[in-house]
Design a binder for this molecule. Structure first.
Ligand code: AVI
Length: 317
């Protein structure tokens, strides 16, 4: 029996009754979506992961020093949206090497991704103390408020780019709220660059990003008893250099009806009507400083890769 009151069902009902229709990219990350995202990060067109990796490789020791607590006592490195933790492992190694006593608290919405991460950490860094949490960001923010001791919070991979601007500011304010003056926040921002490179990163030649976007419909078929015919949907993406937004859509290639059993509702789609599924904003260093100030934060230090594609920014209240 399908749970009609589920959060996903509620979200889909609201999103598909709206004009234009919209679904949140937060729901991309079921176990298949998380695996597809792992493949995206290795694609030749998808530069952000490699760029951020090179920052962690080049500046690992400086990043560890910038995030380490000034005084002793309990210290946690909390990572929101940890995924496979590949970049973070470089930082974890630096902290362990420096003799810092800390707990690594990865948070991820995907149970499969978390199980893989915890297992790999147990094998690669057996001395590390790990306290994983499978949850969404909202639950993680609540947990942060009650966590004792000093902390550094990581929000890498340009996940910040997936927020709508008003939600982004709200999220940053909520992140800043539980931070003591000595606590630190490290956020990865994808920077504005050649628009063609940005667009290609979201429309790769192998079609993995298309599969990632379309997997959302497969998820609705499976979890909500929907009957989306995937042969009648296409992935489409564009980049607007005026506001730095990549927007991704699912395009209905035919006039069609889709029944969603869990909602006991049928939705009409016109030919070429779209469902907006994702925003991926790109930033300038100046915008990052302005955004930080609006959220009650200040930039302590910025690290960029040699090509200037990506920035990891250390923030404090
Ligand atoms: C997770 N997030 C930062 C990715 C991005 O670049 O916006 C998700 C993604 N969507 C399509 N490709 C990658």
């Amino acid at each position: 029996m399908i749970n009609v009151a589920s959060e996903l069902a509620q979200h889909v009902a609201e999103g598909l009754r709206r004009t234009p229709k919209t679904l949140s990219s937060m729901y991309f990350y079921d176990d298949i979506g998380s695996q597809l995202f792992q493949q995206i990060m290795k694609l030749p067109e998808y530069y952000p992961t490699r760029a951020e990796f090179s920052i962690f490789r080049e500046h690992g020791a400086a990043l560890a020093a910038a995030l380490s607590p000034q005084a002793g006592g309990a210290f946690a490195l909390v990572e929101l949206g940890a995924g496979d933790g590949a970049k973070t492992k470089l930082l974890l190694r630096e902290l362990l090497r420096a003799g810092t006593a800390f707990t690594y608290a990865p948070v991820d919405i995907s149970e499969g991704a978390m199980t893989g991460l915890v297992e790999s950490l147990r094998q690669e860094l057996p001395a590390l103390h790990v306290a994983p949490l499978v949850s969404d960001y909202a639950t993680a923010l609540t947990e942060l408020r009650t966590r004792p001791g000093s902390k550094a919070v990581l929000f890498l991979g340009s996940n910040i780019g997936n927020f709508h601007p008003t939600d982004r500011l709200d999220f940053l304010r909520k992140l800043a709220f539980p931070l003591a003056p000595a606590d630190r926040l490290l956020i990865g921002f994808d920077l504005q660059k050649d628009p063609r490179r940005i667009r290609a990163a979201y429309d790769d030649a192998q079609g993995i990003t298309a599969a990632f976007n379309l997997n959302l419909l497969t998820r609705l078929n499976r979890e909500l008893g929907a009957d989306f015919d995937l042969a009648k949907w296409q992935h489409y993406t564009d980049y607007n250099p005026l506001n730095g937004a990549v927007r991704s859509y699912l395009v209905s290639t035919h006039a069609q009806q889709v029944r969603i059993e869990a909602l006991d509702e049928t939705f009409e789609f016109a030919a070429w009507e779209v469902i907006h599924t994702e925003n991926s904003y790109k930033f300038t260093l100046r915008q990052i400083e302005e955004l930080a100030a609006e959220a009650g934060l200040r930039v302590v230090e910025s690290f960029t890769d040699a090509a200037g594609d990506f920035a990891d920014v250390v923030l404090a209240t």
